[in-house]
Structures are given as structure tokens and as C-alpha cells.
Design a protein around this ligand. Structure first.
Ligand code: PEP
Ligand code: MG
Length: 770
């Protein structure tokens, strides 16, 4: 059987003939596309043209609807009455199998295929051979294109290729909306289908808005080529400049491209030379596409396959190809739209596979309503920054980039991690109500901003905020915080590409003190290591248990240069004001002595050179390693203040990794055992009159905050957004009554959620929102 059945022009020799055949087909389709006519008529003309060119008795197009049904949209050869009547479910019959797998089927005896199903209304029993290809766009299957013949015919690879190329054109017709109105039952096409992704909640809040693809999909408008050779040359030029860029990045020896980054680049280089990939793109161009349409066709194929691959390694590799194809497309199409303020909707929800923290800061904050990531973990830098900016984030939403189009309506629920793409009206209405409710609550909290934070029975509870970046600073005023209880200095280091210079550190610290306008600010010295990785820190060891590894004070004391520079910057920035320095991850008391000696040496050094010094200097310690629990008196004597880092203290006491969702929520933070440990700290602080704060996440949850206040921990530092809700709860609580209510389980209980239940009941009885 011939490998080529195209009714090509005038039978030129075999190899050129097959390309010429598909080019002629594409040329005819281009003419049909250019003529003004109704969408149905255009589709009918296209199937007729394909049938004629491929010498097929049947050619049909099925479009995938939002309800998962493939509807016959156009045919020649089958019963015309079946158009918009004949339907198959996804996975049903040969057409359904192609759509479900996103793979073509080429069969000489269709009836013998196990998936074959006969639809009587179509009259297709006559036809033996069958070639069907998925209609793909950006990796999504939008329908199926089929040709059939009576004869037992084996279709050639080139015919499959030509069909895929034409299918791409039909995919564009579907995507641009030409065919949307044709469906029989008024059901929307799949492209407009609502989709819900169950991701991971990474930053609280709810955002309603419209999709902005962080890497805007390059829109290929020129599909058909006029000059194959010229297009092949364009592809070759783009490829070689892509390869050069990668080589250049690799040879630059930039620290930003060390470690994992380098591995990715090496992989890209390998792929950029991959013969199979290049050949497939060239083939698409020979079939009549432009270079960019060729790249997109091959990329779309790859994406479709990606969706069915489960092996994580393979997925990763295939998405590397995907990234590479994107870069190539950008090379080919210059003047891509940038996401400057002008092109950004007022209610932008950024959708990205992954993103750097600095990239998020490039977007104008006032237009951002949310962020959706395919990757991203609670501790990834971009998430830390988003949280600081009070932007809801959902992560782990696999496949969301391929499913979304710029401008699609989208809802991100940072409380549950759900992402609703093109939501149904009732879902949208429910969320809009939630947002209104939250806004009303926020308004109530705002009215509390200047009210002193005092319990109903007159006990003051001081509420401070946690911060770490410039973007946090306006919140000092807006939230009504009494000061900054924890300034995480490592965040500046985490979002930078190299070690921030001493001047940059000093500048930031000075801005923080200016923004605090006389309110106390506690700067925590660098808490790097563990999960807080600096990609440019070359000496970072590869540790099996980084949380228990060379981090924070351990690293600072072993490599004093870093701490010295930072302390000097802090001392200079606080000249003439109060400076509060806090040491993270203290494990043994002598570490405080060592750090104090280093700090005092810097004080001496600066004063010797005539620099202004802080008016007062207070040195405190984080209490987050359980070893300190057994020398509380020694600790309280040694420092000017203590802050409990409950995130780490809980993780180490319960041996439960705080970043691992399987174990992080397994144990009750309000268990009597943990609360007794906290109470012993509060009692020791009171005995020694050492000021005590708590700055872990539990401080920002109203229910937990009430429990902490009842234990005697009455200075709490939390995210600025939590200050309103916590203050509202404090104002309505009679602390003596609550303390009495939890006294018994606190003293005698061992496990369980008794204390939580008691506080919840108390809150319900007193109309306290938790
Ligand atoms: C803590 O451990 O509770 C804390 C506040 O510090 P971080 O979350 O930065 O480790
Ligand atoms: Mg900590």
C-alpha cells in the first residue's frame, strides 16, 4: 500500500510529493478561512476539502463539549442528519478513545478495534479504514478529526501529520469562538468548561478576578507559510540563538546559575540540540505551517502527552521541553505583550507554573487579587512575599496553566486551596458573598484600630506585627500594631540574587525604624539555613535533616563575618534610637554570650570611628529549641527579653516537621502538654521580670491567642492581617473567667482538644468570632 494517497498537484517524486500534498491541502484551507461565510458552512467546506485531498470517502469533525460529550459538528460521507445529533462520551468508541488519550488512531480494520462502537444514525458501517487525530490547542484536546475509507487502507505517517496540522487550524477556530454557538443542546464547548483545581492553601484570603498568565502564551496568528524554505531558515536561526543564550548563561559562571539552576540549564542545552524535536518542527513547517505555528504544534503535542504521564521524572523532563518551546516561540515572535500596568486587568490573578519572589514584586500591587501556582510550597520565597503583601495564594494546582487562558474568570480560595476556573454563576455568587462578608469584618476591625487592646476585665494584651520586607511597612500604620515584634531579616536575603551589601541592609533597617515611627521594632538576626535557603550561599551543606542542621545561630557563630556585617548595619541604622536585637535558634546559653561579645565588639568599633550609636541596645533570644525549657531561670537572667518561636518549638517538641502537611497538623497545639511548657516559660519570665512575647503563627489565630493570654503571655506578634480579629476577640473576653474555665484540663489533662472546645464554647456564648 502506498505511503501517500494525497491527491497532490501533478504527481512529483515521492518525498517532495507528500509534503506538496499537505501543503496544497493547507493552502486550500487557508483560502476557505479567508472567505467570508458562516462558521458551519466554513467547517463543512473544510471537511469536504480534507476528504477530497486525502481521497477519503468520509471526513468528520467532532467537538468536545463542556459536559464531556463529543458532538459531530460536520461531516462529508456520513449521514448529514447526524450532524449535531450524533454524540459520544469521552472514552467511548474510537473517537472517544482518541479524545481521552490525546493520541491518534490509524486503523486498516476499524471494526476489529476493541473500542469500536457502531452508531446507527451515521451509516458508518460501510467503512473499514479509519484515521483519527485529536484537535489540540495548548495541550488541551478540543475535539477529534477523522477520515474513513471503505477499502482496507493503511494511512501513511505523512497523512497523519497533515491531519494533525489541519486539526490545529480547526483548534484555533474552536478557541477563537467561531464554533461555540453551533452546539445542538446549547451546551458550551469544553474550552469554556468550569474547572476546579484542588490545590494547597498557601496564603489566606479570597480573590475573584481574571487570569493573567505570568508567561503570556505567545499567540500565533500567522499559521500558513508562503515560503517553506524561508520558514525553515527562521526556525534554524531562532534555534541557534536560543542555544547561544543557554551557552552564554552556562559559561557566565553567575552564582544565580549554580546548583539546581545549572542542572536545569544543562538539560535545556541538551534538549535544544535534540534531533527528534527539531525534526518534528521542521516537518510541520514542510507541511505548510509557519515556524511559530510549527513550534506550537509540536509543543501542543508534547503538552497533551504530559497530561497523561504520571512518572514525575518524565513529567519534569517534558515540562522542560515545554519551557524551551516557549522560549523558542518568544524568539520567533518579537514584541510580545509585557505585563505592564496598562495591559493588566484591575483584578489580576496571576497564574504561573512557578515564579521568583522578585517577579511578583514587579506587578503593581493595587491590581493583584491573587496568585495561583502549579508548584510552590508554604516556605517558597514567592509565597512568603505574597503573604507579606496579603495576596491569597493557592499552590500545587497541577495543569492550571494549560487549562487557563488570559482573561478567563477565576477564583482563588487561599483558605481551602481551591481554584475555580471559569466558575459557574452560583459558585461565583457564593464567593462574592464570602468576599463581602470578609470585607464587612475587615471594616469592623478597622474601626478597632485605635482602640487599646484590653480584655473585658481590664488586662492589656499587646498586639505587634511580624514583618520582613519593605512591602510590609505600610501595614504598621494600617493594622494598628503596637510595634514590630519580629522582623525576619533573612527575607531580604532570600529574595535577593546575591548577598545584600551592608549599605542595602542598613537602608532597609533604617526604613523599618522610620516606618515604625517610635514604636518598638525587634530585629531578628539572620535565621538562614534549614528551609530558608539562599541559592547563592555556596558553603551551604547538603544536609539530611536541615531543620536540625547548620542554621541560624550555629551558622552565624561559625561564620561570624555575616553576623558582624549585619550587626554593624543595624547599629548604624538605629543610631539615636532604640535597637532590639533577637537571636534565633538559641540552643545553649553560651551562644548568647558569644553573640553578645561579637555585638559589643561592633559597638566599640563604631564608637571608635565616631559613628552615632543606638540610644539603648537590648539583646533578646528566641525560645524555639526545647533544650532551653530546662534552664529557664538561666535564660531569663541572661537576656533583656525572650520571644517564643512557637512554630519551631512545637515542631521540635512533637518531632513533627512544620512544612510537612502529613504530620504538621497531626498534633494539637492547644494540648495541655504544650500549653504547660508555654506556661512554665511565662511563669519564669514573670519571676525574673523579663519581657516575654510569642511570635509564631498561633499568635495570629483568635482562639489560640485567647489561650496564650490566659496563660499569661500577653504580648503577641502576628501577621498584620490577624491583628483586627485577635483584638476583636480580646476586647470581648473576661480573662479571669476564661482562665478559670481551662484551669482543670491545663493542670490534669494529657491529650486531646478539651481546651480548644472550652474556648470555642466560651467564644460562642460571648459572640466572639474565631
Ligand atoms: C517560629 O519558629 O515560631 C518563628 C517565629 O520563626 P520562623 O517561623 O521564622 O522560624
Ligand atoms: Mg523559628
Amino acid at each position: 500500500m502506498s505511503a501517500n494517497r494525497f491527491a497532490g498537484p501533478d504527481g512529483p517524486p515521492a518525498t517532495r510529493d507528500k509534503d506538496a500534498g499537505s501543503r496544497v491541502l493547507l493552502k486550500r484551507i487557508r483560502e476557505i478561512m479567508a472567505e467570508p461565510m458562516a462558521p458551519q458552512q466554513r467547517l463543512d467546506r473544510i471537511v469536504a476539502q480534507i476528504a477530497q485531498s486525502m481521497v477519503a470517502e468520509v471526513c468528520s469533525v467532532y467537538a468536545l463539549r463542556a459536559d464531556g460529550v463529543l458532538e459531530l459538528y460536520a461531516t462529508v460521507g456520513l449521514n448529514p442528519k447526524a450532524v449535531h445529533q450524533s454524540q459520544l462520551r469521552l472514552g467511548q468508541g474510537l473517537v472517544g478513545t482518541i479524545a481521552a488519550s490525546s493520541r491518534p488512531l490509524n486503523l486498516a480494520e476499524a471494526q476489529k478495534h476493541p473500542a469500536f462502537e457502531y452508531l446507527p444514525e451515521t451509516g458508518e458501517e460501510l467503512y473499514n479504514s479509519f484515521l483519527g487525530v485529536p484537535i489540540l490547542r495548548a495541550g488541551r484536546t478540543l475535539g477529534v478529526l477523522v477520515v474513513q475509507n471503505e477499502a482496507h487502507r493503511a494511512y501513511g505517517d505523512d497523512e497523519g501529520e497533515a491531519m494533525e496540522t489541519v486539526a490545529m487550524v480547526i483548534g484555533e477556530m474552536i478557541a477563537t469562538g467561531d464554533l461555540r454557538s453551533l452546539s445542538s443542546a446549547g451546551v458550551e464547548l469544553d474550552l469554556a468548561k468550569p474547572v476546579t483545581h484542588h490545590g494547597q492553601p498557601l496564603s489566606e484570603g479570597i480573590g475573584l478576578g481574571h487570569v493573567v498568565l505570568h508567561e503570556p502564551r505567545v499567540v500565533v496568528t500567522a499559521m500558513f507559510n508562503d515560503d517553506t524554505q524561508a520558514e525553515l531558515e527562521r526556525l534554524a536561526a531562532a534555534l541557534s540563538s536560543l542555544r547561544l543564550t543557554i551557552d552564554d548563561m552556562l559559561s557566565r559562571g553567575d552564582v544565580a546559575f549554580e546548583g539546581e539552576h545549572r542542572d536545569v540549564l544543562e538539560t535545556y542545552r541538551m534538549f535544544a540540540h535534540d534531533k527528534g524535536w527539531v525534526q518534528r518542527m521542521e516537518e510541520a513547517i514542510r507541511n505548510g505551517l509557519t515556524a511559530e505555528a510549527g513550534v506550537e504544534k509540536v509543543q501542543s503535542d508534547m503538552r497533551a502527552r504530559l497530561s497523561t504521564v504520571t512518572d514525575p521524572y518524565l513529567r519534569e523532563r517534558m515540562s522542560d521541553f515545554d519551557d524551551l518551546a516557549n522560549r523558542l516561540l518568544r524568539q520567533l515572535i518579537s514584541g510580545e505583550p509585557s505585563h505592564g500596568a496598562k495591559s493588566l486587568p484591575e483584578d489580576a490573578i496571576i497564574v504561573a507554573r512557578h515564579m521568583g519572589a522578585a517577579e511578583l514584586l514587579d506587578y503593581p500591587r493595587e491590581r493583584l487579587r491573587g496568585l495561583v501556582l502549579e508548584e510552590g510550597a508554604p516556605t517558597s520565597h514567592v509565597v512568603i512575599v505574597a503573604r507579606a503583601m496579603n495576596i491569597p495564594v493557592a499552590g500545587g494546582a497541577k495543569g492550571v496553566v494549560a487549562m487557563s487562558d488570559s482573561g478567563d474568570a477565576i477564583i482563588v480560595d487561599g483558605l481551602s486551596g481551591h481554584v475555580h476556573l471559569r466558575p459557574q454563576p452560583d459558585v461565583e455568587a457564593a464567593y462574592a458573598e464570602k468576599v463581602r462578608f470578609r470585607a464587612r469584618r475587615q471594616e469592623e476591625y478597622r474601626t478597632l484600630r485605635d482602640r487599646p487592646s484590653v480584655t473585658a476585665d481590664g488586662h492589656p494584651v499587646s498586639l505587634l506585627m511580624n514583618a520582613g520586607l519593605l512591602v510590609d511597612l505600610p501595614q504598621v500604620e494600617q493594622s494598628g500594631a503596637a510595634g514590630i515584634g519580629l522582623f525576619r531579616t533573612e527575607l531580604q536575603f532570600m529574595i535577593a540574587a546575591t548577598f545584600p551589601r551592608a549599605e542595602a541592609q542598613e537602608r532597609l533597617y533604617r526604613s523599618v525604624l522610620d516606618a515604625a515611627a517610635g514604636r518598638p521594632v525587634t530585629f531578628r538576626t539572620l535565621d538562614i539555613g534549614g528551609d530558608k535557603v539562599l541559592p547563592y550561599f555556596r558553603n551551604a551543606p547538603d544536609e539530611e535533616n536541615p531543620a536540625l542542621g547548620w542554621r541560624a545561630m550555629r551558622l552565624a557563630l561559625d561564620r561570624p563575618g555575616l553576623l558582624r556585617t549585619q550587626v554593624r548595619a543595624l547599629l548604624k541604622a538605629a543610631s539615636g534610637r532604640e535597637l532590639r536585637l533577637m537571636l534565633p535558634m538559641v540552643t545553649e546559653l553560651h551562644e548568647i554570650d558569644q553573640a553578645r561579645a561579637l555585638i559589643m565588639r561592633e559597638v566599640k568599633h563604631l564608637s571608635r570611628f565616631g559613628h552615632g550609636l543606638p540610644l539603648t541596645l537590648r539583646i533578646g533570644a528566641m525560645l524555639e529549641v526545647p533544650s532551653l525549657l530546662f534552664d529557664l531561670d538561666g535564660l531569663m537572667e541572661k537576656v533583656d527579653f525572650v520571644s517564643i518561636g512557637s512554630n519551631d518549638l512545637f515542631q521540635f517538641m512533637y518531632a513533627a516537621d512544620r512544612g510537612n502537611s502529613r504530620v504538621a497538623d497531626r498534633f494539637e497545639t492547644l494540648s495541655p502538654t504544650f500549653l504547660r511548657a508555654l506556661k512554665s516559660i511565662a511563669d519564669a519570665a514573670a519571676r525574673h521580670e523579663t519581657p516575654l512575647t510569642l511570635c509564631g503563627e498561633i499568635a495570629g489565630r483568635p482562639l489560640e491567642a485567647l489561650a496564650l493570654a490566659a496563660l499569661g503571655i500577653t504580648t503577641l506578634s502576628m501577621s498584620p492581617a490577624a491583628i483586627g480579629p485577635v483584638k476583636a476577640a480580646i476586647l470581648k473576653t473576661d480573662m479571669a473567667a476564661l482562665r478559670a474555665a481551662i484551669a482543670d484540663p491545663l493542670e490534669n489533662g494529657s491529650t486531646g482538644a478539651d481546651i480548644r472546645d472550652i474556648i470555642r464554647e466560651y467564644a460562642e456564648a460571648h459572640a466572639i468570632a474565631l
